[in-house]
Design a protein around this ligand. Structure first.
Ligand SMILES: Cc1ncc(COP(=O)(O)O)c(C=O)c1O
Length: 396
């Protein structure tokens, strides 16, 4: 059972105390690939399941277990599976729930890697994907029409990468449930501190732990949190034998990152709001996409399903892509790089970078314009970020 600690406290305390007799404050890193057996019968018992214990770190490792437990508690899930990357977490879900001839329904606005996995690789395995265009994310009839007797799962990302579209989790979960299907939510942009999709009816969440969970831009990792039925299926059908396990060292770094997650998400959200408001009033900005702005079409849903609006902003500037490129090349503080959720503010151009996996027509259906710029607001003073953006645009 989960302890009734608030998520902020759970993130700091939770399960991280050391079990060692030395009573370390912080649990150690179990950097071992294998575990010794006391004798042959002990080893055989671990293999046939009659004994409990660790065998080999591709299957299970105590440090990785701590992270899995922590995420399960934060997401309100029964269990979690840590993976080598966010993409491995998504692959684990789709590869263990789908087989040739079946299909999945997904909202079309996704991280470019997820889109490519669904659009290219699943097709090669004979699994069809029905992408719902951004214009239909709030349309129950369109969502329902995309589901048929061979649909096995429904997948959304919210807020969506890179447009910050807000997808109504309860609406999609309700429709999925009516059809007996699991809704999987990529919760990377929000983190469990801002949004808990399972409480809104989702079956599971996936995360790129590379982002806010890790928080310091120094690891690649992923996690799936959901029902035990699902995590057992993922372990059996995918992770144990395909082998995308998370290194214990990276698990430990994510556990360390999670201790400051609540503080960081508050700071990211407050700074992003200040920067989004400034951008919205700046003459050279055509459009700002930030769920915290009342002008954002998903603002009301975001208020309902998120605790704060997060650190991600997208915007378009006057002069389109040419002006946008000029501006990004002139930045001195904001770093031109993909990824997000780090301490440093990162900026990038989705159409030519993270979302280059979409064709122009596919980008249009997903609402990703050629001039769109994505900003991951870091932990710096927001006035310094604003000053940097202003100097880069003022000279244009
Ligand atoms: C929303 C989202 N999901 C999943 C991923 C993939 O995660 P990873 O890069 O850790 O494989 C990313 C990466 O940018 C992402 O932004």
């Amino acid at each position: 059972m989960h302890t009734p600690l608030s998520p902020e406290t759970e993130a700091v305390h939770g399960n991280s105390a050391s079990p060692l007799p030395t009573l370390d404050l912080v649990a150690p890193i179990h950097m071992t690939s294998t575990f010794r057996f006391q004798d042959v019968d002990h080893g055989a018992g671990l293999f046939d399941g009659s004994r409990e214990g660790y065998v080999y770190s591709r299957m299970a490792n105590p440090t990785v277990d701590l992270l899995q437990e922590k995420l399960a508690r934060l997401e309100g899930a029964e269990d979690a599976v840590a993976t080598a990357s966010g993409m491995a977490a998504i692959a684990a879900v789709v590869m263990s729930l789908l087989k040739p001839g079946e299909n999945l329904v997904a909202a079309a606005t996704l991280y470019g890697g997820t889109f490519a996995l669904f659009n290219t690789h699943l097709k090669r395995w004979g699994i069809a994907v029905r992408f719902l265009p951004a214009a239909c994310f709030g349309d129950p009839a369109a969502i329902t029409a995309a589901i048929d007797s061979e649909t096995r799962l429904v997948f959304i990302e919210t807020p969506a990468n890179p447009t910050l579209d807000v997808v109504d989790i309860a609406l999609w979960a309700g429709i999925a449930r009516q059809h007996g299907l699991p809704l999987i939510v990529d919760n990377t942009f929000a983190s469990p501190l801002l949004q808990r999709p399972l409480a809104l009816g989702a079956e599971a969440v996936v995360h790129s732990a590379t982002k806010y969970l890790g928080g310091h831009g120094d690891i690649i990792g992923g996690i799936v949190a959901g029902s035990r039925k699902l995590t057992e299926r993922i372990r059996e059908n995918y992770t144990h034998l395909f082998g995308p396990c998370l290194s214990p060292f990276n698990a430990w770094l994510v556990l360390r990152g999670i201790k400051t997650l609540a503080l960081r998400m508050r700071r990211h959200s407050e700074s992003a709001m200040a920067i989004a408001q400034w951008l919205a009033g700046y003459p050279k900005i055509e459009r700002v996409y930030y769920p915290g702005l009342e002008s954002h079409p998903g603002h009301a849903i975001a208020r309902r399903q998120m605790k704060a609006f997060g650190g991600m902003i997208a915007f378009e500037i006057t002069g389109g892509l040419t002006a946008g490129k000029q501006m990004m090349n002139r930045l001195r503080l904001c770093t031109l790089a993909v990824s997000l959720g780090d301490c440093e503010t990162l900026i990038q151009h989705p159409a030519s970078m993270t979302h280059a996996t979409y064709s122009p027509a596919e980008r249009q259906a997903a609402g990703i314009s050629d001039g769109l710029i994505r900003l991951s607001v870091g932990l710096e003073a927001p006035e310094d970020i604003i000053a940097d953006l202003e100097q880069a645009m003022a000279r244009g």
